[in-house]
Design a protein around this ligand. Sequence first.
Ligand SMILES: NC(=O)c1ccc[n+]([C@@H]2O[C@H](COP(=O)([O-])OP(=O)(O)OC[C@H]3O[C@@H](n4cnc5c(N)ncnc54)[C@H](OP(=O)(O)O)[C@@H]3O)[C@@H](O)[C@H]2O)c1
Length: 301
Amino acid sequence: MKIVIVGAGAIGSLFGALLAKNNTVVLVGRAPHITAIQHNGLNINGKTHLHVKLSAVESVKDIPISPNLILLTVKSYDTETAIKQTLPLIRDETVVVSLQNGLDNIEKIEHIVDKDRIFAGVTTHGAIFSNPGVIRHTGKGKTILGELDGTRSKRLENIVRLFNEAGIETQVSDDVVKEIWAKAIINSSINPLTAFFNCKNGYLLENPLLHKIVEAISEESTNIAQAEGIKLTAPDMIQRTKEVIEDTASNYSSMLQSVQQRKKTEIDSMNGKLVTIGKQHRIDTSLNKILVELVTSLADG
Ligand SMILES: NC(=O)c1ccc[n+]([C@@H]2O[C@H](COP(=O)([O-])OP(=O)(O)OC[C@H]3O[C@@H](n4cnc5c(N)ncnc54)[C@H](OP(=O)(O)O)[C@@H]3O)[C@@H](O)[C@H]2O)c1
Protein backbone atom coordinates (compact mmCIF):
# COMPACT_ATOMS: atom_id res chain seq x y z
CA MET A 1 0.00 0.00 0.00
CA LYS A 2 1.10 3.59 -0.61
CA ILE A 3 1.08 5.50 2.67
CA VAL A 4 1.75 9.18 3.41
CA ILE A 5 2.33 10.12 7.06
CA VAL A 6 1.59 13.78 7.69
CA GLY A 7 3.31 14.98 10.86
CA ALA A 8 6.45 12.87 11.09
CA GLY A 9 7.28 13.56 14.72
CA ALA A 10 7.40 10.94 17.47
CA ILE A 11 4.41 8.70 16.78
CA GLY A 12 4.23 9.32 13.01
CA SER A 13 7.89 8.38 12.51
CA LEU A 14 7.48 5.23 14.64
CA PHE A 15 4.46 4.06 12.63
CA GLY A 16 6.21 5.05 9.39
CA ALA A 17 9.31 3.01 10.23
CA LEU A 18 7.20 -0.06 11.05
CA LEU A 19 4.88 0.26 8.04
CA ALA A 20 7.83 0.79 5.67
CA LYS A 21 8.72 -2.92 6.01
CA ASN A 22 5.87 -3.95 3.68
CA ASN A 23 4.64 -0.69 2.14
CA THR A 24 5.75 2.40 0.28
CA VAL A 25 5.85 5.10 2.95
CA VAL A 26 6.53 8.83 2.61
CA LEU A 27 6.99 10.92 5.76
CA VAL A 28 6.03 14.60 5.74
CA GLY A 29 7.56 16.63 8.52
CA ARG A 30 10.00 19.36 9.45
CA ALA A 31 13.71 20.00 9.18
CA PRO A 32 16.09 19.03 10.72
CA HIS A 33 14.35 15.65 11.35
CA ILE A 34 13.45 15.22 7.67
CA THR A 35 16.91 16.26 6.46
CA ALA A 36 18.52 13.74 8.82
CA ILE A 37 16.22 10.96 7.50
CA GLN A 38 17.03 11.94 3.89
CA HIS A 39 20.77 11.68 4.60
CA ASN A 40 21.08 8.85 7.14
CA GLY A 41 17.71 7.08 7.30
CA LEU A 42 15.38 6.84 10.30
CA ASN A 43 16.51 5.17 13.53
CA ILE A 44 14.11 3.78 16.12
CA ASN A 45 15.48 2.72 19.51
CA GLY A 46 14.03 1.75 22.88
CA LYS A 47 11.31 -0.91 22.71
CA THR A 48 11.97 -1.35 18.96
CA HIS A 49 15.29 -1.28 17.15
CA LEU A 50 15.12 -0.36 13.49
CA HIS A 51 17.14 1.47 10.90
CA VAL A 52 14.97 2.30 7.89
CA LYS A 53 15.66 4.06 4.60
CA LEU A 54 12.45 5.76 3.45
CA SER A 55 11.25 8.86 1.61
CA ALA A 56 10.87 11.97 3.72
CA VAL A 57 9.83 15.42 2.52
CA GLU A 58 9.09 18.81 4.03
CA SER A 59 6.31 19.73 1.64
CA VAL A 60 3.30 17.81 0.35
CA LYS A 61 4.21 19.19 -3.11
CA ASP A 62 7.28 16.92 -3.12
CA ILE A 63 5.37 13.68 -2.50
CA PRO A 64 6.14 11.29 -5.36
CA ILE A 65 3.14 8.94 -4.85
CA SER A 66 -0.65 8.95 -4.88
CA PRO A 67 -1.46 7.47 -1.48
CA ASN A 68 -4.17 4.92 -0.62
CA LEU A 69 -3.74 5.87 3.02
CA ILE A 70 -2.94 9.20 4.69
CA LEU A 71 -2.03 8.88 8.35
CA LEU A 72 -2.47 12.13 10.26
CA THR A 73 -0.11 12.42 13.23
CA VAL A 74 0.27 16.14 13.84
CA LYS A 75 -0.68 17.63 17.22
CA SER A 76 -4.37 18.54 17.36
CA TYR A 77 -3.72 22.29 17.03
CA ASP A 78 -2.10 21.61 13.60
CA THR A 79 -4.87 19.36 12.24
CA GLU A 80 -6.65 21.94 10.09
CA THR A 81 -3.53 23.29 8.37
CA ALA A 82 -2.09 19.83 7.81
CA ILE A 83 -5.24 18.34 6.31
CA LYS A 84 -5.72 21.34 4.00
CA GLN A 85 -2.17 20.87 2.69
CA THR A 86 -2.94 17.20 2.09
CA LEU A 87 -6.07 17.79 -0.03
CA PRO A 88 -4.30 17.65 -3.44
CA LEU A 89 -3.15 14.09 -2.65
CA ILE A 90 -6.65 12.74 -2.14
CA ARG A 91 -7.98 10.43 -4.84
CA ASP A 92 -11.21 8.40 -5.01
CA GLU A 93 -9.80 5.49 -3.01
CA THR A 94 -7.76 7.51 -0.46
CA VAL A 95 -8.57 6.98 3.20
CA VAL A 96 -7.53 9.44 5.94
CA VAL A 97 -6.76 7.99 9.38
CA SER A 98 -6.26 10.15 12.46
CA LEU A 99 -4.20 8.62 15.25
CA GLN A 100 -4.23 11.82 17.27
CA ASN A 101 -5.35 12.53 20.80
CA GLY A 102 -8.06 15.09 21.49
CA LEU A 103 -11.78 15.43 20.93
CA ASP A 104 -11.89 17.82 17.99
CA ASN A 105 -9.69 16.25 15.29
CA ILE A 106 -12.42 14.37 13.44
CA GLU A 107 -14.72 17.40 13.23
CA LYS A 108 -11.81 19.50 11.91
CA ILE A 109 -10.98 16.86 9.27
CA GLU A 110 -14.67 16.49 8.32
CA HIS A 111 -14.79 20.19 7.45
CA ILE A 112 -12.18 19.60 4.79
CA VAL A 113 -12.53 16.04 3.45
CA ASP A 114 -15.57 13.81 2.93
CA LYS A 115 -16.65 12.09 6.12
CA ASP A 116 -16.91 8.70 4.41
CA ARG A 117 -13.17 8.55 3.77
CA ILE A 118 -12.16 9.23 7.39
CA PHE A 119 -11.21 6.53 9.89
CA ALA A 120 -10.45 7.32 13.49
CA GLY A 121 -7.98 5.59 15.70
CA VAL A 122 -6.29 5.58 19.06
CA THR A 123 -2.96 4.13 20.02
CA THR A 124 -1.38 3.47 23.38
CA HIS A 125 2.13 3.21 21.94
CA GLY A 126 4.51 5.74 23.42
CA ALA A 127 7.22 7.52 21.44
CA ILE A 128 9.40 10.56 21.94
CA PHE A 129 11.61 12.54 19.64
CA SER A 130 15.29 12.01 20.63
CA ASN A 131 17.39 13.75 17.96
CA PRO A 132 16.86 14.55 14.30
CA GLY A 133 16.47 11.17 12.60
CA VAL A 134 16.09 9.31 15.90
CA ILE A 135 12.85 8.35 17.69
CA ARG A 136 12.65 6.53 21.01
CA HIS A 137 9.88 3.93 21.29
CA THR A 138 9.10 4.32 25.00
CA GLY A 139 6.14 1.98 25.39
CA LYS A 140 4.62 -0.82 23.34
CA GLY A 141 0.89 -0.50 23.13
CA LYS A 142 -2.21 -1.37 21.17
CA THR A 143 -3.95 0.42 18.36
CA ILE A 144 -7.67 0.55 17.60
CA LEU A 145 -9.11 1.68 14.27
CA GLY A 146 -12.70 2.13 13.19
CA GLU A 147 -15.01 3.55 10.59
CA LEU A 148 -16.89 6.53 12.04
CA ASP A 149 -20.25 4.79 11.49
CA GLY A 150 -19.00 1.58 13.13
CA THR A 151 -19.16 -0.63 10.03
CA ARG A 152 -16.57 -3.35 9.63
CA SER A 153 -15.73 -2.56 6.02
CA LYS A 154 -13.31 -4.37 3.73
CA ARG A 155 -11.10 -1.27 3.44
CA LEU A 156 -10.91 -1.07 7.26
CA GLU A 157 -10.05 -4.75 7.57
CA ASN A 158 -7.33 -4.31 4.90
CA ILE A 159 -5.68 -1.51 6.83
CA VAL A 160 -5.94 -3.35 10.14
CA ARG A 161 -4.32 -6.41 8.52
CA LEU A 162 -1.57 -4.26 7.07
CA PHE A 163 -0.87 -2.67 10.50
CA ASN A 164 -0.72 -6.12 12.15
CA GLU A 165 1.61 -7.41 9.42
CA ALA A 166 3.88 -4.45 10.18
CA GLY A 167 4.01 -5.48 13.85
CA ILE A 168 1.56 -2.79 15.00
CA GLU A 169 -0.95 -4.79 17.09
CA THR A 170 -4.29 -3.43 15.88
CA GLN A 171 -7.96 -4.22 16.40
CA VAL A 172 -11.16 -3.06 14.72
CA SER A 173 -13.64 -1.13 16.85
CA ASP A 174 -17.33 -0.79 16.04
CA ASP A 175 -17.42 2.29 18.29
CA VAL A 176 -14.17 4.12 17.74
CA VAL A 177 -15.69 7.42 18.90
CA LYS A 178 -16.14 5.85 22.34
CA GLU A 179 -12.46 4.82 22.28
CA ILE A 180 -11.44 8.40 21.48
CA TRP A 181 -13.55 9.66 24.38
CA ALA A 182 -12.13 7.08 26.78
CA LYS A 183 -8.58 8.12 25.91
CA ALA A 184 -9.53 11.80 26.22
CA ILE A 185 -11.06 11.23 29.68
CA ILE A 186 -7.90 9.46 30.83
CA ASN A 187 -5.63 12.14 29.35
CA SER A 188 -7.78 14.94 30.77
CA SER A 189 -7.29 13.48 34.26
CA ILE A 190 -3.52 12.93 34.00
CA ASN A 191 -1.80 15.32 31.60
CA PRO A 192 -2.78 18.78 32.94
CA LEU A 193 -2.06 17.83 36.57
CA THR A 194 1.39 16.46 35.72
CA ALA A 195 2.10 19.55 33.62
CA PHE A 196 1.09 21.93 36.40
CA PHE A 197 2.74 20.04 39.27
CA ASN A 198 5.80 19.19 37.17
CA CYS A 199 5.67 15.55 38.23
CA LYS A 200 5.85 12.03 36.80
CA ASN A 201 2.51 10.30 36.20
CA GLY A 202 2.96 8.00 39.21
CA TYR A 203 3.00 10.93 41.68
CA LEU A 204 -0.69 11.52 40.97
CA LEU A 205 -1.55 8.35 42.92
CA GLU A 206 1.24 8.71 45.53
CA ASN A 207 -0.07 12.09 46.70
CA PRO A 208 -3.43 11.52 48.48
CA LEU A 209 -4.85 14.92 47.52
CA LEU A 210 -3.89 14.55 43.83
CA HIS A 211 -5.29 11.00 43.93
CA LYS A 212 -8.71 12.41 44.93
CA ILE A 213 -8.48 15.17 42.31
CA VAL A 214 -7.68 12.61 39.57
CA GLU A 215 -10.82 10.68 40.51
CA ALA A 216 -12.93 13.83 40.55
CA ILE A 217 -11.69 14.96 37.13
CA SER A 218 -12.22 11.52 35.63
CA GLU A 219 -15.80 11.55 36.97
CA GLU A 220 -16.52 15.07 35.67
CA SER A 221 -15.08 14.24 32.21
CA THR A 222 -17.11 11.01 32.07
CA ASN A 223 -20.30 12.90 32.99
CA ILE A 224 -19.62 15.19 30.02
CA ALA A 225 -19.12 12.14 27.77
CA GLN A 226 -22.41 10.64 28.97
CA ALA A 227 -24.24 13.91 28.28
CA GLU A 228 -22.90 13.63 24.73
CA GLY A 229 -24.38 10.11 24.48
CA ILE A 230 -21.12 8.18 24.97
CA LYS A 231 -21.69 4.95 26.87
CA LEU A 232 -18.92 5.08 29.49
CA THR A 233 -19.30 4.93 33.26
CA ALA A 234 -17.44 6.91 35.90
CA PRO A 235 -16.35 3.95 38.09
CA ASP A 236 -14.90 2.19 35.03
CA MET A 237 -13.14 5.32 33.75
CA ILE A 238 -11.69 6.10 37.21
CA GLN A 239 -10.34 2.54 37.36
CA ARG A 240 -8.91 2.75 33.81
CA THR A 241 -7.31 6.11 34.56
CA LYS A 242 -5.59 4.69 37.64
CA GLU A 243 -4.37 1.66 35.68
CA VAL A 244 -2.80 3.96 33.07
CA ILE A 245 -1.12 5.97 35.84
CA GLU A 246 0.28 2.76 37.37
CA ASP A 247 1.46 1.45 33.99
CA THR A 248 3.16 4.76 33.12
CA ALA A 249 4.23 5.73 36.66
CA SER A 250 7.79 6.65 35.68
CA ASN A 251 6.78 8.61 32.54
CA TYR A 252 6.59 12.35 32.03
CA SER A 253 3.31 13.09 30.21
CA SER A 254 3.39 14.61 26.72
CA MET A 255 1.77 17.78 28.09
CA LEU A 256 4.48 18.20 30.74
CA GLN A 257 7.13 17.66 28.06
CA SER A 258 5.50 20.33 25.87
CA VAL A 259 5.46 22.79 28.79
CA GLN A 260 9.11 22.03 29.62
CA GLN A 261 10.06 22.58 25.97
CA ARG A 262 7.97 25.80 25.87
CA LYS A 263 5.83 24.29 23.10
CA LYS A 264 2.10 24.61 22.63
CA THR A 265 0.01 21.94 24.43
CA GLU A 266 -3.10 20.02 23.33
CA ILE A 267 -5.11 21.36 26.31
CA ASP A 268 -7.71 23.10 24.10
CA SER A 269 -8.54 19.85 22.27
CA MET A 270 -8.77 17.88 25.52
CA ASN A 271 -9.99 19.68 28.65
CA GLY A 272 -10.92 22.78 26.63
CA LYS A 273 -13.19 20.76 24.35
CA LEU A 274 -14.68 18.97 27.39
CA VAL A 275 -15.60 22.39 28.85
CA THR A 276 -17.22 23.49 25.58
CA ILE A 277 -19.28 20.29 25.29
CA GLY A 278 -20.21 20.28 28.99
CA LYS A 279 -21.44 23.87 28.74
CA GLN A 280 -23.63 22.96 25.75
CA HIS A 281 -25.29 20.33 27.97
CA ARG A 282 -25.39 22.74 30.98
CA ILE A 283 -23.47 20.38 33.23
CA ASP A 284 -20.59 20.97 35.64
CA THR A 285 -17.22 21.55 33.97
CA SER A 286 -15.52 23.40 36.83
CA LEU A 287 -12.52 21.09 37.26
CA ASN A 288 -11.75 20.93 33.55
CA LYS A 289 -12.11 24.72 33.36
CA ILE A 290 -9.58 25.20 36.18
CA LEU A 291 -7.15 22.80 34.45
CA VAL A 292 -7.41 24.74 31.18
CA GLU A 293 -6.68 27.96 33.09
CA LEU A 294 -3.74 26.44 34.98
CA VAL A 295 -2.08 24.99 31.88
CA THR A 296 -2.76 28.14 29.87
CA SER A 297 -1.16 30.20 32.65
CA LEU A 298 1.96 28.02 32.40
CA ALA A 299 2.19 28.67 28.67
CA ASP A 300 1.66 32.40 29.24
CA GLY A 301 4.16 32.68 32.03
N1 LIG B 1 4.00 10.53 21.09
C1 LIG B 1 3.20 9.60 21.58
O1 LIG B 1 3.62 8.71 22.32
C2 LIG B 1 1.73 9.59 21.22
C3 LIG B 1 0.96 8.46 21.51
C4 LIG B 1 -0.39 8.44 21.14
C5 LIG B 1 -0.96 9.53 20.53
N2 LIG B 1 -0.20 10.64 20.29
C6 LIG B 1 -0.85 11.77 19.65
O2 LIG B 1 -0.36 11.86 18.31
C7 LIG B 1 -0.27 13.22 17.89
C8 LIG B 1 1.18 13.52 17.53
O3 LIG B 1 1.97 13.40 18.71
P1 LIG B 1 3.56 13.38 18.65
O4 LIG B 1 4.03 13.18 20.05
O5 LIG B 1 4.04 12.46 17.60
O6 LIG B 1 3.85 14.88 18.24
P2 LIG B 1 5.16 15.51 17.57
O7 LIG B 1 6.36 14.71 17.97
O8 LIG B 1 5.13 16.96 17.87
O9 LIG B 1 4.94 15.25 16.00
C9 LIG B 1 4.18 16.05 15.15
C10 LIG B 1 5.11 16.57 14.07
O10 LIG B 1 4.35 17.10 13.01
C11 LIG B 1 4.99 18.29 12.56
N3 LIG B 1 4.01 19.08 11.83
C12 LIG B 1 3.08 19.95 12.29
N4 LIG B 1 2.36 20.45 11.27
C13 LIG B 1 2.84 19.89 10.14
C14 LIG B 1 2.52 20.01 8.77
N5 LIG B 1 1.54 20.83 8.35
N6 LIG B 1 3.23 19.29 7.87
C15 LIG B 1 4.22 18.48 8.27
N7 LIG B 1 4.59 18.32 9.56
C16 LIG B 1 3.89 19.01 10.48
C17 LIG B 1 5.47 18.91 13.84
O11 LIG B 1 6.45 19.92 13.60
P3 LIG B 1 6.51 21.24 14.53
O12 LIG B 1 6.35 20.79 15.97
O13 LIG B 1 7.85 21.80 14.23
O14 LIG B 1 5.37 22.10 14.11
C18 LIG B 1 6.04 17.69 14.57
O15 LIG B 1 7.34 17.42 14.14
C19 LIG B 1 -0.82 14.04 19.07
O16 LIG B 1 -2.19 14.26 18.92
C20 LIG B 1 -0.56 13.14 20.27
O17 LIG B 1 -1.40 13.42 21.37
C21 LIG B 1 1.13 10.69 20.60
